[in-house]
Design a protein around this ligand. Sequence first.
Ligand SMILES: [Zn+2]
Length: 80
Amino acid sequence: MKKKTYDIEEEYPIEVKRLYLPFKTEVVCPSCKNKKEIDLNFDYLSYPILNKKESFYIYCNKCDIEFETLITLKLNITIE
Ligand SMILES: [Zn+2]
């Protein structure tokens, strides 16, 4: 059978209180331009909704503020 991948495109709630993922990246604090790490191995997503822009808040210890970053979780399924 030929391998086929399907994208899930509609918004769909993931009923998981703490969803950890093997993903990390850096974002820049809008105030001090300090680089902050988002590490989803430790900073979990709580009840995320697939394909929906969601606010994710990052704390900057340098300027003592929390700033917002938008995260969209997408998923696909491969049938082999
Ligand atoms: Zn800052």
